[in-house]
Design a protein around this ligand. Structure first.
Ligand code: DGL
Length: 261
């Protein structure tokens, strides 16, 4: 399918980005690849994630997409520059739009960032925030339990609330006024996180910020000849369809399994 926007993630999480994109750009076609056979990316080494990202991007570029959206924070954190060099397409990651929004929103320039181990270790959010505001103080922590909690449908469960209290206490002690949700799954926990951080701390949803950055690159949202969407995965589609439907709040069917190599 040509002229579509290509989106990839390690699995279902990128559907939070897809959902925002589909809402803001209703006349665009999308091809989504979830690398479910190799998820999670968040605990893997940068070299491995870069290889996976390259293979995912190759797959989408073979589909003739006009743009690549790296809808995975971990892949955006470690592979974006390489993808930009290797592919003659606009490549949009989730980190820069999230960082930009955080810098705009923060009044005291004390910004918290949460994400996977890989994203936090990479320092990518911190670097992107400092490029925009060298004086900002950035406090980061990985929140690995949020991913399985979101997939389990427990985003509003008291266990999620307890985990959020534990993870966020050190950041709140630093008097942050803005918190970046630097992982595709975290928008699902927004309500729980809002309760834990209180009304003084603004949450930045990287998925929503990214969709706006993509829309800004496509000012004329023209109608395609034929409106269609495609979803591909690298493991059997059952779990992706099931968890993905809950993430999207709409049924997800006709998902196809593919080999990337
Ligand atoms: N999509 C990943 C991210 O945003 C979270 C899941 C994973 O670890 O693969 O970093």
């Amino acid at each position: 399918m040509s002229h579509a926007i290509g989106i990839f993630d390690s699995g279902v999480g990128g559907l939070t980005v897809y959902k925002e994109l589909a809402r803001l750009l209703p006349n665009q076609n999308f091809v989504y690849l979830g690398d479910t056979g190799r998820v999670p990316y968040g605990t893997k080494s940068p070299a491995t994630v870069r290889r996976y990202a390259r293979e995912a991007a190759n797959f989408l570029s073979r589909h003739g997409v006009k743009m690549l959206v790296v809808a995975c924070n971990t892949a955006s954190a470690v592979a974006l520059e390489e993808l930009r060099q290797q592919f003659a397409l606009p490549v949009i990651g989730v980190i820069e739009p999230g960082a930009e929004r955080a810098v705009t929103l923060s009044k005291n320039s004390r910004i918290g960032v949460i994400g996977t181990e890989g994203t936090i270790k990479s320092g990518a959010y911190s670097a992107a925030i400092h490029r925009l505001n060298p004086d900002a103080a950035v406090f980061s922590t990985p929140c690995p339990l949020f991913v399985p909690l979101a997939e389990e449908g427990w985003a509003h469960h008291r266990i999620a609330h307890l985990a959020a209290e534990e993870y966020l206490a050190p950041l709140l002690a630093e008097n942050i006024d803005t918190l970046v949700l630097g992982c595709t799954h975290y928008p699902l926990l927004k309500q729980t996180l809002e309760q834990v951080v209180g009304s003084e701390v603004r949450l930045v949803d990287s998925a929503a910020a990214t969709a706006e950055a993509v829309r800004a690159l496509l000012p004329n949202d023209t109608s395609p000849f034929e409106k269609e969407g495609r979803f591909y995965v690298t493991d059997v589609p059952t779990r992706f369809e099931q968890v993905g439907s809950a993430f999207l709040g709409a049924p997800l069917t006709c998902v196809e399994q593919v080999e990337l190599a």
